[in-house]
Design a protein around this ligand. Sequence first.
Ligand code: GLU
Length: 279
Amino acid sequence: MTFRTRFAPSPTGPLHLGHAYSACLAHDMAREAGGRFHLRIDDLDRARSRPEWEARIKDDLAWLGLSWERDVWRQSDRLTRYRQALRQLWDAGLLYPCTLTRAEIRAVANAPQEGAEGPDGLIYPGTHRPEMPPKGEMPTTALRLDTARAEAAAGPLSYVETGTNPGTNPDIIQIQNLFQSAGDVALARKDMGASYHLSVVCDDADQQITHVIRGEDLAPATGIHVLLQNLLGLPTPTYHHHRLIRDDTGKRLAKRDDARAIATYRAEGLTPRDIKTML
Ligand code: GLU
């Protein structure tokens, strides 16, 4: 099977060092395996996505020496596909509408202390979940997964976590107690149609991605992704969650951290080689 991976930036800010690391790693792993490297634009967040950011991200990636498959997918073109996946879960009785605001969820969620956040932000324990799965037409409101019911429907779940070196033995990660660690995650939002968790799973499967290479901050979300793949009858790719690039104080780089934007380094006269040495 051809090795296929992707880099999936959200066009909501500049490409910074952390993204560059992820993109270069995925690109180089694909080249080494004689495989394909895709660029995918995660622009579901219509309020914050900007075509200018997409253009600048592409320009920085090309400047870094990366090349990608000509066919660049955009999530905003795939809303019908996400709706179809949602309907599949709705028909299986695994979704329910939820119109709680963030503040209302905060009030019912676990105490907002360290560790109380799941891959979806605050862990929503399903306080307003209907007793029986709703039937009939799927509403266009926000929809949440009945995670405990979904886990029971899916059976045992696991995925393969590999290193960067194909010679080393991969780890098999068993997934358990997703409801405790993630709660009832949002799969459709009123403003976006679909959530990141749902869209990424559909995109990776439809694009025949064999290896997902991304930051270790997304490792906790992988359980939800594997659960959704299982429920939707989609294949589970191999994952490699890489270390995160941090600033001098050990803090993760944020999107707004313009000092680490590749554009800033370019303006200061650094070369792609300088950036790669830094990484
Ligand atoms: N757009 C997502 C991000 O930038 C992609 C995550 C992924 O690679 O699955 O965090």
